[in-house]
Design a protein around this ligand. Structure first.
Ligand SMILES: NC(=O)c1ccc[n+]([C@@H]2O[C@H](COP(=O)([O-])OP(=O)(O)OC[C@H]3O[C@@H](n4cnc5c(N)ncnc54)[C@H](OP(=O)(O)O)[C@@H]3O)[C@@H](O)[C@H]2O)c1
Length: 350
């Protein structure tokens, strides 16, 4: 059976669940890294003023800040900023998503064994992390609690049973996962079903025109999500800013704490060709490249709501201003073809 995306524009239903979110989510990995608290508040205020209700964070954001050009940050800072801002809002109007799994910092650990107690998807760590996130977020429930990525050491039954307890205690409304492969996701859905546990309602994959995992997503994960009614909320829709048009072949890097990492991960001859196609499709449609990149994703029926990141209200507004514009099927096809080398080809592809 196949389930379509139910839309009540500008809000969309997350898969087959009862959760409705704005057509783009607001990512907050930037908060405490490339955006200070004043900028974070301005970005969140701008987002809700434009009708946004869906805010995505993670316990660990952004523990890597110091290593990547930002201030010292042990993790938890993004959640704390959101928590203080949330006190100024009507809590029920906001759909708040966070995540558990990543390490909160080696500085607390004296051994590898201690480190393993402070990360992962064990019952012990999930329950502690959830309590910590609730405290930092200044709320008594999380709308969408996500397994950030798989923990191969922990049986999936243990992870799902801990998530289920949190749902049944009312601390979590819905549970989702991120960065799972198709077989891991199927295993989780089957395990929930078999053991009468709560199920994941959403997947948060990296999915954008430059994503090296685009092929895995389109040929495998998208089929699982469509067939089992999961919402898809892709992260890094602008490939960390590379799809905004400010990164161009042969030009100097733009001012950004992410510029060097972007150059390392994303600069290649093939990606420059994709960017050139994106720029020309965008110009033809009176869109910015960022608007075209987001609208390419939104044209995919399996996509529920991309999660965008912004350091300022201006960046956010320029993306939001493009949401009512649409790419034609021919434009979507041209962009698909331009980045088609990312897709693995199998003779059994269906
Ligand atoms: N589940 C996971 O494993 C995972 C992983 C990564 C992210 N995420 C989530 O997804 C969210 C979005 O990811 P992302 O930050 O990588 O998203 P993105 O949308 O691909 O990139 C956002 C970056 O692009 C630049 N930008 C945004 N709008 C712009 C504009 N209009 N003009 C020029 N530059 C612009 C900004 O960086 P500069 O100003 O620095 O150029 C901004 O930080 C995160 O905040 C987080 O919530 C999840």
């Amino acid at each position: 059976m196949s389930f379509g995306k139910n839309s009540t524009e500008p809000y969309v239903q997350v898969g087959n669940s009862g959760l409705f979110v704005y057509r783009v989510g607001l990512g907050t990995m930037q908060f405490g890294w490339s955006a200070d608290e004043a900028a974070a508040n301005a970005v969140m205020n701008t987002y809700v003023e434009h009708g946004g209700n869906f805010i995505d964070t993670a316990d660990c954001y952004s523990s890597w800040s110091n290593a990547l050009g930002g201030p010292e940050n042990p993790g938890g800072v993004s959640e704390e900023m959101i928590g203080r801002w949330l006190a100024t809002q009507n809590r029920y109007d906001i759909v708040l998503a966070t995540k558990v799994r990543a390490a909160m910092g080696m500085q607390f650990c004296d051994s590898r064994a201690t480190f393993k107690q402070r990360e992962g998807l064990s019952r012990r760590w999930i329950i502690k992390s959830c309590e910590d996130s609730l405290r930092r977020l200044n709320t008594d429930y999380i709308d969408l609690y996500q397994a950030h990525f798989i923990d191969p050491l922990i049986p999936i039954e243990e992870t799902l049973s801990a998530f289920t307890d949190l749902v049944r205690q009312g601390k979590v409304r819905y549970m989702g996962c991120s960065n799972f492969s198709a077989w891991r996701l199927m295993q989780a859905l089957w395990t929930s079903d078999k053991n009468n546990l709560e199920s994941f309602i959403s997947l948060q994959p990296e999915y954008n025109l430059l994503s090296p995992t685009r092929g895995d997503f389109e040929t495998e994960l998208a089929q699982v999500c469509e067939n089992y009614g999961l919402g898809v909320i892709p992260y890094s829709p602008l490939a960390g800013g590379v799809l905004t048009g400010k990164y161009r072949r042969g030009k100097e890097l733009p001012q950004s704490v992410r510029a060097e990492e972007n150059a390392e991960r994303r600069f290649s001859e093939q990606n420059w060709n994709i960017i050139e196609t994106l720029v020309s499709v965008a110009e033809r449609n009176a869109m910015t490249p960022a608007q075209a990149a987001i609208n390419w994703l939104r044209a995919k029926p399996v996509v529920t709501a991309p999660i965008i990141g912004a350091n300022s209200p201006e960046q956010l507004i320029s993306v939001l201003n493009g949401l009512d514009k649409k790419l034609s099927a021919a434009d979507v096809d041209e962009l698909d073809q331009a980045s088609d080398f990312h897709r693995p080809r199998t003779s059994l592809e269906t």
